[in-house]
Design a binder for this molecule. Sequence first.
Ligand SMILES: [Ca+2]
Ligand SMILES: [Ca+2]
Length: 468
Amino acid sequence: MKTFLSIVLTLASVASLARAQNSNCIWIPDVGTGTVTLLGMDGTVRGVFAVGGAPRGAAVDAAGNAWISRLTERGVVRIAADGSRIDTFTAGITSKTCAIDRDGNVWITNQSLDLITKMTPAGIVLGDFPTGDGPRVVAIDRNNDVWLTCKFSGEVLKYDSLGNPYFRTQVGLGPRGIAIAEDGTAWVANLDSSTVSHLSAAGILLGDYPVPASPGGIAVDRRGNIWIASGLADVVTILRPDGTVLRSILTMPLGGHGALNVAPDGDGNMWVVCKLSSTVLKFNLDGRLERRTDLNTLSRPEPFGDLTGALRAKFANPSDDEDGDGLTNEIELGQGTNPFLAIDPSVREGLVRRPEPGTIRALRVSRRSGLHHDQRSAVRNRNQRDSNSAQRAEPQVGRPLQLPRIPPRSRNAANHHAHCAGDARVSDRHPQPHDCDDPGVHPRCRGAGGPWARDHERDHDRRTLRTG
Ligand SMILES: [Ca+2]
Ligand SMILES: [Ca+2]
């Protein structure tokens, strides 16, 4: 009996380890080639998978599968962790991003229809919910609520897990990336106004902060600092939680051009995808470059979302122990051990019982609160931040937001780029699938400050709808 039990436990740990190793990686969709590249944490390519349809959004579920949303094809794609299987589910259209909630459901933006779709892991659509104009990037918070940026209407919306809206708040121009912070607030990158907005959990605007031109990707690191990738300026800015600049990193000297998305990994490192140079940069929390990977076979990687699963593990599944090493995802992400890599049991014993100076910090559990030291510190810090946020937010309550209005659309939108007539996504002028977010493709749209770009992209979406 004992032997049988030990065999079962061994098999379980092997399965857990296999899953963990497959989870501990980063997925890079590429619009230009219609592929998704799987990178190990050392930057080596583990696989390249053809999915078609200008893939843009990526999310990773608890089993290590990648979910990919596509801009120019109906349906999202699920790729098995080892690449052995690719499934397509009928949900989502002209979709930029997707995210996975606590129950494993997938939330998918539908830009052309101004909807967000909730789909079960088995591919059953549970509902389509109205959004603002141009739903773009979706994120799940610790309450299993769903946050969404809407690029054309300049809004952020939040829904409960059933799709009921809590609020819609006007932020800057062209909001794209959105990142949830530890304290439940959200940070939003406004591409067209080159600002970052900070919102309370209730949707109150806490602050707007200028950043270098064309901020698209945004993520909050383990220390609570906010990383923003500004594509036109080729700068990664790190803000402190109070919105002051901690560090600016020029990406061009590091070989990265067109910095777009930022995503944390299980170790707490921050990955920046640069679409114009097809380069992936890995930084440590101090902003030092750890690794650069040149993906020369790609032509336009511009992903959004939780490329490693670390955000899902942190916010949607904090109390799970995905690698089976006895430490929850939340504890591991908080202290810097990896929730996708099982640590050796003897090391774990040392962590809990025999803290060694200079090693990974011990988990000192309070008998009174039942929380370990990091959790108690986090609670104290969160209470302090809530207090500060409430003080900062107070003057904003009941007052109109002092933000520039979004210009009305051009009446000539349908005709303003005659060279894109026909198949808007691929033309003589633009041999690759494209949209107007790309400053290199449509400098005139970008230079015009937004309205042309919005019209143009919407026109693309209409054409996509007709032809897709
Ligand atoms: Ca664990
Ligand atoms: Ca671990």
